[in-house]
Each structure stands twice: as C-alpha cells, then as structure tokens.
Design a binder for this molecule. Structure first.
Ligand SMILES: N[C@@H]1[C@@H](O)[C@H](O)[C@@H](COP(=O)(O)O)O[C@@H]1O
Length: 264
C-alpha cells in the first residue's frame, strides 16, 4: 500500500487527476473504474479541465462504475448513472456507449451482475480503479462483512450508509436500501487501485484500512492485499494514523528515486 498524505482536498484531487492523466497518456484506450460520492467530484472537475484543454482524451476510453442503487433507473437524479453524466461524462469526449454503470433497473438483477462481470472481462479488465471510502470502511457498496473475494452482486446497505447518503435524497423521496456493486474480488482484480479520502470524518475508516487487520469488518482493508494500491488522503483523513511520519518519509524517498531514474 502506498500512502500519500497531502495538505487538503484540492491537493488530493490534483494528485488523483495526475494518476489518471499519466494512465491516459500511456494507454489511450484505458479501461477506467469510476466511483461516485462527493470525494471524486473535484478530481472529475480537474479531468474535465484537462480534457477541454486537449491535454487528455477519453475518445478511446471504456469505463465501469463501481455501483448503483437497485430500483433507480439512470434518469433518476439520485442514480449513480445520472451522477456520472452530470459530473463527468457530459463534459468530456467519452463515447457514452463505452460507459458502464450497473443497471439499477435490471429486470433480473442477479443475471445482470454476472453480465457486468463478463463485460469487464471482455474489455480486458480494469487498468485503474478509483475508490472512495465509506465511514464504515466500505468500498463501492461492499459493506462490513462482505466477502473479501466477492464479485459483482446485490448488496443490502447498512443503516449507517443509508443515513450517510440520505443527504442526497429529499425528505419524502424513496431511498433504496439495496444496490448492485462490484465485489471486493472484482476491485482487487484492477491493475491499479487509487483510493481518495478527505476530511476528519474519514479518519477512523482510514486508520482501519491502513493500519488495522485484514478483515471483512473493514472491506477497504482488503486493499492491503493489492500489489498496486495508492491511498491518497489529506491531513484530516490521516490524522488518526500512527505512522504518519514514516509514510511521508517513504514518499520523499520515492520521489528521490524517481528523480534519480529520470536523470539517467
Ligand atoms: N457507494 C458510494 C461509495 O463508493 C463512496 O465511496 C461512499 C463515500 O462517499 P463520499 O465520498 O460522499 O463520502 O459513498 C457511497 O456509499
């Protein structure tokens, strides 16, 4: 696990955007795994800016989103498909037919999960998967107790997650309590994983993910098993980590090594 601690949310977004920029310049037809929630919004704004400045192109990109509410179709303002259109897809040169979000309105949600997995596989697998983290340590909608090798499936949301996400729904609006989410095993199959977390309310989840045991009680701890997982956090989200100075020291040493390699 690479732990990158930055000053604030703006630096976290810029760092995340740099990872995606590097990926797109290296491989124009990358397969990107995308996430919703408030955390990635600033990163998406940065990618939009870079796309509109012709620095990066999404013309050949295929994307797969982590999750969707079961029971909402893509035109529902609280659906994750709608969110992605508003926050990213409508503003970049991506071919919308190459963007995938689990179908919240699937007639048969069980077969839809298998089909989603098959689509990821036939696209060649995910090159870079973006993640946020829930306050209870969930990634995608893999709630605590999720199998660490799970695949895309229907998941019931915890009360904590429903309450956290209630802010997006109107008081009298139907809020789903079921989802379709990539599994932890699906996420771990991505070649690279980038998790962003900002703010003090993520500090407990971050310490459990980075310094806690590998456990289904904190689904994000499964990233300890990934060979290329980058955890990009601000000082507030990092505030409960025991080894902050060590992680910063590693980053300094990594930078020195990169500078040296660039000078060869
Ligand atoms: N399913 C999403 C997750 O993918 C996201 O990481 C989490 C945190 O969201 P936020 O970034 O708004 O804190 O919210 C939702 O539950």
């Amino acid at each position: 696990m690479q732990v990158v601690i930055l000053k604030d949310a703006a630096e976290v977004a810029a760092y995340g955007a740099d990872i995606f920029t590097t990926q797109l310049k290296r491989k124009a037809n990358s397969v990107l795994g995308l996430a919703t929630g408030s955390t990635p919004v600033a990163l998406y704004q940065e990618l939009i800016k870079r796309n509109q400045a012709n620095d990066i192109s999404f013309a050949e990109v295929t994307s797969f989103n982590l999750d969707e509410y079961l029971g909402l179709d893509g035109s529902h303002p609280q659906s994750y498909r709608y969110f992605m259109q508003q926050q990213l897809f409508d503003h970049i040169n991506i071919d919308k037919s190459n963007t995938h979000v689990p179908p919240g309105d699937a007639k048969n949600p069980i077969t839809a999960c298998g089909e989603y997995e098959a689509r990821i596989k036939s696209a060649g697998g995910i090159d870079v998967q973006l993640l946020g983290i829930g306050r209870n340590g969930h990634i995608g909608f893999n709630e605590p107790s999720s199998g660490l090798t799970s695949r895309t499936r229907v998941k019931t949301l915890t009360k904590a997650t429903i309450d956290d996400n209630a802010r997006f729904f109107k008081a009298d609006e139907y809020q789903p309590h079921l989802s379709i989410t990539m599994g932890i095993g699906t996420i771990l199959d991505a070649k690279k994983v980038v998790l962003l977390a900002t703010g003090e309310n993520k500090a407990d989840a971050v310490v459990a993910m980075v310094e806690g045991p590998l456990t289904a009680a904190c689904p994000a701890s499964a990233l300890q098993m990934h060979r290329d997982a980058v955890i990009v956090i601000d000082e507030a989200a990092a505030s409960k980590l025991k080894d902050i100075e060590f992680y910063k020291h590693i980053e300094n040493e990594n930078q020195k090594l990169l500078d040296y390699l660039a000078s060869l």
